[in-house]
Design a protein around this ligand. Structure first.
Ligand code: NZQ
Ligand code: ZN
Length: 389
C-alpha cells in the first residue's frame, strides 16, 4: 500500500434532532452568519423556519442568499462572496444539496481575496489559502460535499463546469439528518444514488491490487447503495434507508477510500462536460456514462477487477469464466441504474447531440489525457460518448 495522509477534519452531527447544536457550533466562529440555500425546498420542508428560530434565539445577525441553482453558477458565488465582504460575515451556513454546499465553499473562499472567484478555476487557477469557516446542513444524499474539500462551479458564459479542491474549503461542521431527505424526489434520489456509486467505482476500478481493506470497504458501500436506494424510492420516509444512503454519500468521497491509490477519475471529467453544456443532473450523466465506460475499458488486462466487483458486489457465480463474469457485472450495473433506479439510459433520450461530442471530449481532457483505470484520449472519450447514444 502506498503512503498517504489521513485527515478528515469535518465534525459530523448525524441523526434527527441535532439542530439544537447548531447555534453553539456557529458561535465558535462569530455572530454574523450568511445562510445560503437553493430554490426553496428548505422552506417547503420547514427547515428554514427551524434554522431561523435557532439563530434568532441565539441572537445571530443573519444575512441570506437564496436561489443557488443546481449545477451552481459562478454568479451566485460572486454574489455570496460580495455579501460576506460587505457585511463582515464570520461564518457561512450552507443548507441544501451539493450545489448549495459547493457554491458556499467558493463564497467563503471568495470572501478572503480581492480577485474574481472564477479565477479559482482552470489551468492557471489562483491559490485558495483561506476561506471563511463553513457549516453545512445537508438535505440531499449524493455528492459528499458535506465532508470533502472540493466543489464544482458552472460558468455559462464560457460553457465550463470546473472543479477545485483545497483544504480550506472543507466544512468545519456538517449536520446530517436523514429525515431532511424524506422530501427528495424519486428522480433526485436515484441521481444521488448513481452519483455516490460512481464516486466509489472511480476509485475501486484501479489497477493497483494491494488494497484489500479499502476494496472490501468499497464493496460494502456499493452493496449498501444497491440495497437501500430501491427502498428509499419505494418508501421515501424509511429512516434506515435514508440514513444508510446519507452516510454512504459522505464516506464515498471524503478521501478515506483513496488510501494510497492513484486518484485520476474517468466518468466525472466526462460528465462535467455534459452538465456544462446541457445542464443535466450530474448523477444522470454519470449513470449513462458508467456502464459504457466499463465496457470500453474491459479487456484481458483489466478483467480481474470486473470479476472481483461482479462476484463480491453482485454475487455472480465465481466459477464462471472471467469474461462472462465481467460482462455480467456490467449488465447488472446497467440494470441497477436504468431499471431499478429508473434513470434514462441514452444521450438521445436526454437530448445530448453528436455535434458536441468532440468539443466535450476535448474539454474533458483539458489537463491532458484522463489517466484513470485506463488512459483515455479525446478520441477514446468520443467513442464512449458514441456508445451512450
Ligand atoms: O434548490 P432546492 O429548492 O433546494 O432544490 C434542490 C434541487 O432542485 C432539490 N433538493 C435538495 N434537497 C431537497 C430537494 N428537494 C426536496 N427535498 C429536499 N430535501 O434537489 C435538486 C438538486 O439539488 P443539487 O444540490 O443540485 O443536487 P446534488 O446534491 O446532487 O448536487 C449536484 C452538484 O454537486 C456537484 C455536481 O457536479 C453538481 O453540480 N458535485 C459536487 C461534488 C463535491 N463537492 O465533491 C462531487 C460530485 O461528484 C459532484 O460533481
Ligand atoms: Zn459525482
Amino acid at each position: 500500500m502506498n503512503s498517504f495522509i489521513y485527515n478528515i477534519p469535518t465534525k459530523v452531527y448525524f441523526g434527527e434532532n441535532q439542530l439544537g447544536n447548531l447555534a453553539a457550533e456557529l458561535a465558535k466562529f462569530g455572530k454574523r452568519v450568511l445562510i445560503a440555500y437553493g430554490g426553496g425546498s428548505i422552506k417547503r420542508i420547514g427547515l428554514y423556519d427551524r434554522v431561523m428560530d435557532e439563530l434568532h434565539k441565539a441572537e445571530f445577525e443573519v444575512f441570506e442568499l437564496s436561489g443557488i441553482e443546481p449545477n451552481p453558477r459562478i454568479e451566485s458565488v460572486r454574489e455570496g462572496a460580495k455579501i460576506c465582504k460587505e457585511q463582515g460575515v464570520d461564518v457561512v451556513l450552507a443548507i441544501g444539496g451539493g450545489s448549495t454546499l459547493d457554491a458556499a465553499k467558493f463564497m467563503a473562499a471568495g470572501a478572503c481575496v480581492d480577485h474574481d472567484p472564477w479565477e479559482f478555476f482552470g489551468a492557471n487557477a489562483k491559490p485558495i489559502e483561506r476561506a471563511l469557516p463553513l457549516v453545512t446542513i445537508l438535505t440531499l444524499s449524493a455528492t459528499g460535499s458535506e465532508m470533502d474539500s472540493g466543489g464544482v462551479i458552472s460558468n455559462l458564459s464560457t460553457g465550463d463546469k470546473l472543479g477545485r479542491l483545497a483544504p480550506a474549503l472543507q466544512p468545519r461542521v456538517s449536520f446530517l439528518d436523514p429525515t431532511l431527505t424524506y422530501s427528495v424526489s424519486k428522480y433526485q434520489t436515484a441521481c444521488g444514488a448513481a452519483d455516490m456509486m460512481s464516486h466509489i467505482i472511480e476509485v475501486y476500478f484501479n489497477t493497483q491490487e494491494d488494497l484489500f481493506m479499502l476494496d472490501t470497504f468499497m464493496e460494502g458501500m456499493l452493496k449498501t447503495i444497491i440495497k437501500y436506494a430501491p427502498i428509499a424510492l419505494a418508501e421515501p420516509e424509511n429512516y434506515e434507508a435514508r440514513a444508510n444512503l446519507m452516510w454512504t454519500s459522505s464516506w464515498a468521497i471524503n478521501g478515506f477510500i483513496n488510501g494510497g491509490k492513484r486518484k485520476a477519475w474517468s466518468c466525472h471529467p466526462m460528465e462535467h462536460e455534459l452538465s456544462a453544456i446541457y445542464d443535466i443532473t450530474h448523477g444522470l450523466g454519470l449513470a449513462i456514462l458508467t456502464p459504457r465506460w466499463m465496457e470500453y475499458c474491459l479487456d484481458e488486462t483489466t478483467v480481474d477487477k470486473y470479476v472481483q466487483y461482479g462476484v463480491n458486489v453482485f454475487g455472480i457465480d465465481a466459477s464462471l469464466d472471467k469474461m462472462t463474469i465481467a460482462k455480467e457485472s456490467i449488465r447488472r450495473t446497467a440494470e441497477f441504474l436504468f431499471d431499478t433506479l429508473g434513470l434514462q439510459r441514452t444521450f438521445t433520450e436526454v437530448g445530448i447531440k453528436r455535434e458536441d461530442f468532440e468539443i466535450m471530449a476535448k474539454k474533458a481532457c483539458r489537463y491532458g489525457d484522463i489517466k484513470g483505470f485506463k488512459t483515455l484520449t479525446p478520441d477514446d472519450v468520443v467513442r464512449i460518448f458514441e456508445m451512450c447514444e
